[in-house]
Every structure is written in C-alpha cells, then in structure tokens.
Design a protein around this ligand. Structure first.
Ligand code: UGA
Length: 429
C-alpha cells in the first residue's frame, strides 16, 4: 500500500520504517530541513535499537523515502498518518497546534479520497476537530475519512513493539476505512480492535495512565516493604504471577519519567476536569512519583549527611534503558537535586551523554562506566541499563572512598552486595 507518515520523531520514523519492512511503500515527511537531509544521507536522529539497519535496508529497497513536502506525501499516498508532537502546555493540557497545522496542510493538498490517520497521542474528541478542520480547508471538496490509530511502542524497544503489537486499535466513524486499515496491519498478525474514534483516543490515555499507576502502586508498596523488612521484588513476583495482574511494570524505581507518562497523566487529569470529573486517583499517581524521588534523595542525605563537596558517581542519564532520550528523565532530575545540594558529580550513560550535556553542563562526563566511581564518596544507579549489571564491582568498591551504593533501579542482589563489602541501599528491599 502507499502510505505517508507526517513527523519523523520516535513514533513516525519507527512506524514508517516498520511499515516499509513489511512491504508497504512509505514516504516520511518532516518540516525540519536538517532532519530530512540527515535521513536522506543515511543518518538517524535518534538512538533506537535496530532502527538504523531497518531504515537503511528499506531505503535501499526503494520502499522508504523522505521529503519536506506534505503535498507530495498526500498526493502519492492513499493513507496519511499524522505522527507529530503533542507537547504539554503549562497548565498540563495538550498543545494541538502541530496537529491542527498538519490537518490544514493535508486538506490543502487533497484532490481525491484519502484516509487521514491520527497516531499522535491526543485528547479524546481530537479526531472530530481534525475532521472539521480538513472539511473547512479542503478546497477540492473531496471525500475523506479520519481514523484514530494510537501507538503503544516503548522507546528503546520501539521496533520490537511495532513489529509484534499486542493489539492494533482502529477508531473510525464509518466502516469505509476499515478494510484499508486492516490491510495496512495484516502483515503484523495482531488482533485488530475496531472502535469509535473517541474510544480509540481514550484507550491510549487510559492505557498509559494505568501503566503509570501500576508503577506508582509498586513504588508505594516499596515504602511498606522498607518499613517492614519485606522485599518488593518478591512481592511483585508473587503478585505478577496472577494473570489478572501481570508482572510487567511492577519494577519499583526512583520514579517513572520520559516524554509520555508524565505528560499523558497531566493531560488525562485535565481532560477529566474538562468533562467535570476530578481524577484524584491519577493525581495521587503523580504525588507518589514525586515522593519517590524525594525519598531516594533523602536516603542519600541520611547516609552521606552533608552533600556539599561530596563526590558522587551517577550511572545512567536516560529516562530508561536502551535510549538516548533524556526528556523528563528521573536520572537528570536526581543529578540536578544533588547538584543543588552542592555535590560534585561524575556521570556516565551508554547512549545519552551527548543529549545530557545540553541540560547538565556542570558535571564530569566519564566514558567508561568502570571509571565513574574513581575518588567518589558514593555511587548511584539511576537508569536500568542492562550493561550496568556487568559493572566491575570489586573495582568500584576499591575506587570509592567508602563503598556506598544507592541503587534506584534494584539491579543488584542486596545479600551479594553486602558480601562484597558494600553499604548497599536500593528500593523497597
Ligand atoms: C510508554 C508506554 O509504555 C508505551 O506503551 C507508549 O506507547 C509510550 O509511553 C507512548 O505513549 O509513546 P515509554 O515512555 O517509551 O513508553 O517507556 P516505558 O517503558 O513505559 O517507561 C516509562 C518510565 O517508567 C521509565 O522512566 C521507566 O524507567 C519507568 N518504569 C517502567 C518503572 O519505573 N518501572 C517499571 O516497572 C516500568
């Protein structure tokens, strides 16, 4: 099928590459000239495992191309996916100006029937507005359908998630675009749920909020575990074996971050408020998340006492493993809080150091994770990178002034760490 994706961020670029991989002919559009140039020359603006090879292979096969022109994309495709950013506004609601602008551009370029699919995360009822906008700005007065098709990929696992979706949600106003949407997704062999547009839009916000709630729930349990000598990982394992609950997203941590959960929670609370419901449950999810960071910092100050001039090594800057994304990263927030207290930081991240430099200039960046502890008073684990599990612990213990480790991601076994001579403080254990 001939498809166009507008927006080459995490969602747009990965979606475009995966659609091409299964045989569709895909045009990716972005208004950022430098980005399009980079993509055309074989570069990738983000780090995402497997993406570079995927893009390269499909460009070479002639199934994937890049352009700055929305009109070209609209003209050459039957289905146009919108995957532009929907950033938060200061009051927590969503900035829909990029969506609105793209809807107008699509409308202006349409000369025959098109299916316009929204993939960006948007508040319920956005599809209706997109429809109204296209109708208003389409001079050719041609027919079209608006579809809501939310995305559920996780950064760091985006290609894997997109190629093997748990489900595909297709929100429609009439049956007309359903067959084409099913054809787009047929190669992915996933269950396809067809709903009305408002429900599809709500599925996305409700899912992300529920996952955030799951994390805050286990983080709250971690506090009780610490107070009673229980182990939050064992509690999570025991709970997770109940198929109704499931083990995933029950890893206690110093809190969730990233460009989705914090933003989507605020947006969903705002949406609820606008329809007259005070979503106190989700407000508490936010409170627990903020509290979790405060408790972690307190753990550090309770042990190290005054932080002024203390040298602290921090492993991890990305908001999660397998990504170079530092937006709303708990690791960056932690570094800022430690710096505010006067600590001196040596930091390392396998992929996010370049992006971190822009937001965290006053720290020492260390290329080798095993050199971070050198001369430090304590070592902190802030991101759940798998490779940190292979840290040379013997070397770290010797390099530290005193062998203290604060693990905000529960990567190591407390008993083993104690045996190795560490004062080891993790979450809920
Ligand atoms: C999230 C959702 O998981 C995706 O389904 C969704 O498509 C995406 O948002 C989106 O809306 O675009 P993402 O933000 O990429 O994906 O990352 P997650 O894997 O969900 O992690 C979010 C945060 O929660 C990270 O800071 C992570 O470290 C933290 N987390 C995750 C925990 O603290 N504990 C867990 O058990 C799981």
């Amino acid at each position: 099928m001939k498809l166009t994706i507008i927006g080459t961020g995490y969602v747009g670029l990965v979606t475009g590459a995966c659609f091409a991989e299964v045989g569709h002919s895909v045009i990716c559009v972005d208004n950022d000239a430098a980005k399009v140039q980079l993509l055309k020359s074989g570069g990738i603006p983000i780090y995402e495992p497997g993406l570079e090879e995927l893009v390269e292979r499909n460009v070479r096969a002639g199934r994937l191309s890049f352009t700055q022109s929305t009109a070209e994309g609209v003209e050459k495709s039957d289905i146009i996916f919108i995957a532009v950013p929907t950033p938060p506004l200061p009051d927590g609601s969503v900035d829909l100006s990029f969506i609105e602008k793209v809807a107008r551009e699509i409308a202006a370029a349409m000369t025959s029937y098109k299916i316009v699919v929204d993939k960006s995360t948007v508040p319920v009822k956005t599809g209706e507005k997109v429809g109204e906008t296209i109708r208003r700005y389409c001079k050719a007065r041609v027919d079209f359908d608006v579809v809501s098709n939310p995305e559920f990929l996780r950064e760091g696992f985006a290609v894997e998630d997109l190629m093997n979706p748990d489900r595909v949600v297709v929100g429609v106003r009439s049956q007309r675009p359903v067959a084409a949407m099913k054809e787009v997704y047929a190669p992915f062999n996933a269950p396809i749920i067809v709903t009305d547009i408002n429900s599809a839009e709500l599925i996305k916000h409700a899912s992300n909020s529920f996952l955030a709630l799951k994390i805050s729930y286990i983080n709250a349990i971690s506090i009780i575990c610490e107070a009673t000598g229980a182990n939050v990982q064992e509690v999570a394992n025991g709970m997770g074996m109940d198929a109704r609950i499931g083990r995933r997203f029950l890893d206690a941590s110093l809190g969730f971050g990233g460009s989705c959960f914090p933003k989507d929670l605020s947006a969903f609370i705002k949406i609820a408020e606008q329809v007259g419901y005070d979503f106190r449950l989700l407000k508490e999810v936010q409170n627990i998340n903020a509290e979790q960071m405060r408790r972690f910092v307190k753990k550090i100050t309770d042990t190290l006492w005054v932080l002024k001039d203390k040298r602290i090594g921090v492993l991890g800057l990305a908001f999660k493993q397998n990504t170079d994304d530092v937006r709303m990263s708990p690791a960056i927030e932690l570094c800022k809080l430690l710096l505010k207290e006067g600590a001196v930081l040596r930091v390392h991240d396998p992929k996010a150091m370049e992006k971190a430099r822009a937001v965290l200039p006053d720290v020492t960046y260390v290329d080798d994770m095993n050199e971070v502890a050198e001369g430090c008073d304590a070592l902190v684990i802030a991101t759940e990178w798998e490779c940190f599990k292979k840290l040379d612990l013997e070397r770290a213990r010797k390099a530290l002034t005193h062998p203290i480790m604060f693990d905000g991601r529960n990567l190591f076994d407390p008993a083993e760490m104690e045996q190795l001579g560490f004062i080891y403080k993790s979450i809920g254990r």
